[in-house]
Ligand binder design. Structure first.
Ligand code: ADP
Ligand code: MG
Length: 382
């Protein structure tokens, strides 16, 4: 028995320390709560020190207000209205970079409608050069939002799809033989960095796990790219991105893995990598009004009535999916597809069948969706 004595004394001391610690913490919490009672919210902020943003990039031709870009009144913004850099297609960029500026009439972005709050935070990230991570369900506009913004501002843009087979030589660069000469050919990342593009690393968690840590340096403030396998001096191996280079990741997950088994190929992203994304944006489906607008803009034959009812069905499917009762959702992409087929055949159920229902294995889930369509469209189906 005597042998356990010192141990239990140590345990008692530890316990006492812990009680002390708890006392201090609860004391602090109490102090803070007391303070909050006697101060006003205005005392939280110090408006005497002006907020300043860094100057606009030197190759921009001026600024455009976020509210103007997002086509909303500045009162609707979740923070102050600030300037985004506007570039000139013909004058801001070197000849070989101009080709990467997307144009507003490209089919995937021509009808794009910004959702105010996520788009505001995205602009904030781009303006302040903070790496952004865009997460959200499939088809909510993660890949197209950055492209649309790039098109609005005449900013060169590159979307790079991640996959398990991608290796870092494709990303960083590679030794190749050209005209009998062995040369180090720069990969997509250093090229985009030197050209000052907005680079979207799409489906980020699909990248091989080894790739993520190699991006750490470029994701940091004043981030650089170190070309490990190139030759020359250390200085020659370092690529300094130009002032307009931006890096954005998109993913269906929040970097913590796919908890529901819907997105094959996704992995948990190293949490040290996630820390380097300084703006985390979770996107969702658009508002009904905005979605209706997109649907009618994209499928001109689609009436207001048809668009509204289709979105009502989609809303039910999405709710069931979000609640875990449905294995498939109805995002904007299949919604547009459904509308295109419906206006072509004038057969609402058949159009849905050949768009989405046939992708669902479970009989009961299919029946469930059919019942939504029947409830929403009612006698209009006859
Ligand atoms: N806000 C939006 N306004 C207009 N079209 C949109 C919007 N969001 C998505 N889309 C359309 O839906 C499709 C899917 O968008 P995408 O950006 O590829 O989704 P994600 O990358 O989130 O899976 C694209 O054809 C795109 O044009
Ligand atoms: Mg995408």
């Amino acid at each position: 028995m005597a042998r356990t004595e010192p141990t239990s004394r140590a345990a008692a001391e530890l316990m006492a320390k812990y009680e002390d610690y708890k006392g201090t913490v609860s004391g602090r919490v109490k102090d803070t709560a007391e303070k909050a009672k006697t101060t006003t919210p205005a005392e939280l902020w110090n408006d005497k020190v002006a907020m300043t943003f860094p100057p606009l990039p030197s190759n921009s031709i001026g600024g455009v207000k976020v509210s103007k870009l997002l086509k909303v009144s500045s009162k609707k913004l979740p923070g102050p209205d600030f300037d985004m850099p506007m570039f000139s297609q013909s004058e801001s960029w070197p000849e070989d970079v101009k080709q990467y500026i997307p144009t507003l009439d490209e089919p995937d972005i021509e009808n794009y409608v910004f959702s105010t709050v996520p788009a505001y935070w995205f602009c904030y990230a781009i303006r302040l050069n903070k790496p952004a991570f865009l997460s959200g369900v499939k088809g909510c506009g993660k890949s197209t939002m950055p492209k649309r913004l790039a098109a609005e501002l005449n900013w060169p843009f590159l979307r790079k799809q991640m996959s398990k087979t991608l290796d870092s030589t494709e990303f960083f660069g590679n030794w190749t033989v050209k005209d009998g000469e062995t040369k180090f050919a720069l990969g997509d990342l250093p090229q985009a960095a030197m050209a000052g593009m907005i680079m979207v690393v799409d489906e980020f968690s699909n990248a091989p796990n080894e790739l993520h840590p190699s991006l750490h340096q470029v994701l940091e403030k004043n981030g650089r790219i170190y070309l490990n396998s190139s030759d020359g001096t250390i200085a020659e191996k370092i690529i300094e991105p130009t002032e307009t280079f931006r890096i954005v990741a998109t993913d269906n997950t929040r970097g913590q893995g796919d908890t529901r088994g819907h997105y094959a190929g996704t992995d948990v992203v190293n949490s040290a990598t996630m820390d380097r994304f300084r703006v985390m944006i979770v996107m969702n489906y658009m508002t009904k009004a905005a979605e209706k607008q997109v649907l009618m803009d994209t499928v001109p034959q689609c009436t207001d009535l048809l668009a509204g009812l289709m979105i009502d069905v989609a809303t039910k499917v999405r709710a069931a999916y979000d609640a875990g009762d449905m294995s498939e959702t109805l995002s904007l992409r299949p919604l547009i597809e459904w509308a295109e087929k419906a206006v072509f055949t004038k057969d609402i159920m058949g159009a849905l069948e050949y768009t989405m229902l046939n992708k669902i294995d479970s009989d009961s889930e299919r029946q469930e969706i059919i019942s939504y369509v029947k409830t929403v469209f009612g006698s209009l189906l006859d």
